[in-house]
Design a protein around this ligand. Structure first.
Ligand SMILES: Nc1ncnc2c1ncn2[C@@H]1O[C@H](COP(=O)(O)OP(=O)(O)OP(=O)(O)O)[C@@H](O)[C@H]1O
Length: 217
């Protein structure tokens, strides 16, 4: 019985790896549908106005999914509550949220994390999997996937946003200490296109899970 959570920048391949892991480990995939997200296109159109609303939207969804995931105890999440704060703080640093909004958000998140920690079932995921990709790879994937509002020709200032977002992930991963973690090299292993890479990535994750199990025993 395992709960895995994926992490990583936009276009890193989290959703694809979620699907692969669910199939490989015979567990359930929990996706956050981007197409049903009404706030996301508004945010890309006017980040200044919608950054806070978008975070509240995500926070609410992630809280719901992590609670369901931990009580269900056999699943993979394509992104989790542990990661959104990185994106919000970046947006705040870019002037898209003010100090009070940041304070309210941080407090609410803290409150939710404490709530999760006091659950009667599993309190934390078994493993966080960070798919790390270079900035160039990130841009390539965003372009290839082609969501209109994520494209640089839709808004050229996204270049700096994406660059800074990708930069901040290393430090975020280093300091993440909620549960065991592993980093996957998404540049080296193109697990979507290359079956050999896929096998290798799944092997690395299964090995890590075994190691964690061994430490617990
Ligand atoms: N907390 C957040 N703040 C701002 N934007 C966010 C946040 N979380 C997700 N997004 C946006 O939602 C969209 C979907 O993000 P996400 O990275 O979860 O999926 P994805 O891009 O399909 O990733 P992958 O290709 O790795 O599956 C992206 O445009 C991303 O910028």
């Amino acid at each position: 019985m395992t709960v895995l959570v994926l992490a990583g920048t936009i276009g890193a391949g989290k959703s694809s790896l979620t699907e692969m892991l669910a199939e490989e480990l015979n567990t359930q995939a929990f996706y956050e549908s981007v197409d049903d997200n009404k706030v996301l296109p508004l945010f890309y159109e006017n980040p200044q106005k919608y950054a806070f609303l978008l975070q509240i939207y995500f926070l609410n969804k992630r809280f719901d999914s992590i609670k369901k995931a931990l009580s269900h105890n056999n699943n993979v999440l394509d992104r989790s509550i542990y990661e959104d704060s990185l994106l919000f703080h970046l947006n705040a640093d870019l002037g898209r949220a003010d100090e009070t909004e940041v304070e309210v958000y941080d407090d609410l998140l803290q409150n939710m994390l404490e709530e999760i920690d006091s659950l009667s079932f599993k309190k934390r995921p078994d493993l966080l999997i960070h798919v790390k990709v270079s900035f160039d790879k990130m841009l390539e994937r965003i372009q290839k996937r082609g969501r209109v509002y994520e494209q640089l020709d839709y808004d050229p200032s996204l270049y700096d946003y994406y660059k800074e977002l990708n930069n901040r992930y290393d430090k975020w991963f280093e300091t993440f200490n909620i549960c065991p973690k592993i980093q996957i090299d998404g540049d080296r292993y193109d697990f979507v296109e290359d079956p050999t890479a896929r096998t290798e990535v799944l092997r690395q994750i299964k090995e890590k899970l075994k190691e964690i199990e061994g430490e617990r025993a």
